[in-house]
Write a protein that binds this ligand. Structure first.
Ligand code: MN
Length: 245
């Protein structure tokens, strides 16, 4: 098996080394990742200038660091390395639960793989107060990869590891609330600014990714690229038929 490993925290993040080490059990690993942190880059691509890439070994594995976004890195990686079977993105230092899927560069890399017809798995763990203990979650990373890697029907998957997991569960995306907000403040010279940040969400619905992680479970959420609301589309077609001319 040929595995492309990427992330949005940058090629020097401990998270990508932890993931590449676990992935190496399944086959040949190629690392292609941003040269600096691109967290929050979402699914942006760079198309107004060329991308540069430089050879970088990651714990003995072949790698390139790219001056682009996570999605760029997947495009570069799939171009440079033929016959990649799966793209793994992470392990992100920060959870990607619920609506953060819209902003996440980690998940965007997995989505970019899926756009190219390759399977993509995003993996994330919290990194707020203390650094993640990648050795502690390694057995769960192994279990998750054992579960997902051979099932070719799972094309796009988002996985979140609590700091110290006690189990693994399938979960849906928690979309009831959005945690982004603007917080006004002042800089050291008294000038006003606005900070786009997130606030902690409480009371997640049972069965969701956020609920799972709050209860110490690793959440596994299969996703799809089709954003169409099929139910809404059918109803709209019935209720608002558009006359042909
Ligand atoms: Mn990140």
């Amino acid at each position: 098996m040929r595995i492309l490993v990427t992330n949005d925290d940058g090629i020097y993040s401990p998270g990508i080394r932890a993931l590449a080490a676990r992935a190496a059990r399944f086959g040949e690993v190629f690392v292609v990742a941003p040269d600096v942190e691109r967290s929050g880059a979402g699914h942006a691509i760079t198309h107004t200038r060329p991308l540069t890439f430089r050879h970088t070994r990651v714990d003995g594995m072949e790698g390139y660091r790219v001056d682009g976004t996570p999605a760029d890195c997947v495009a570069v990686g799939l171009h440079e390395h033929e016959d990649i079977d799966i793209v793994l993105s992470g392990i992100n230092m920060g959870l990607n639960l619920g609506n953060s899927a819209w902003h996440s560069g980690t998940l965007a890399a997995a989505k970019q793989a899926a756009l190219f017809g390759c399977r993509g798995i995003a993996l994330s763990t919290p990194a707020e107060e203390v650094d993640p203990d990648f050795d502690a979650i390694a057995p769960y990373v192994d279990q998750v990869l054992d579960l997902l890697i051979d099932d070719t029907t799972l094309e796009l998957v988002n996985v979140n590891f609590p700091r110290l997991p006690s189990g693994i569960t399938w979960a849906r995306q928690s979309v009831r609330h959005y945690d982004g907000k603007i917080v006004p403040g002042t800089d050291p010279r008294g000038r006003e600014h606005l900070w786009f940040t997130v606030y902690p969400l409480v009371d997640p619905e049972e069965g969701t990714d956020r609920w799972a992680v709050e209860h110490g479970q690793v959440s596994i959420t299969p996703l799809r690229l089709d954003l169409t609301d099929h139910e809404c589309l059918e109803r709209a077609r019935r209720e608002h038929p558009i006359p042909e001319d």
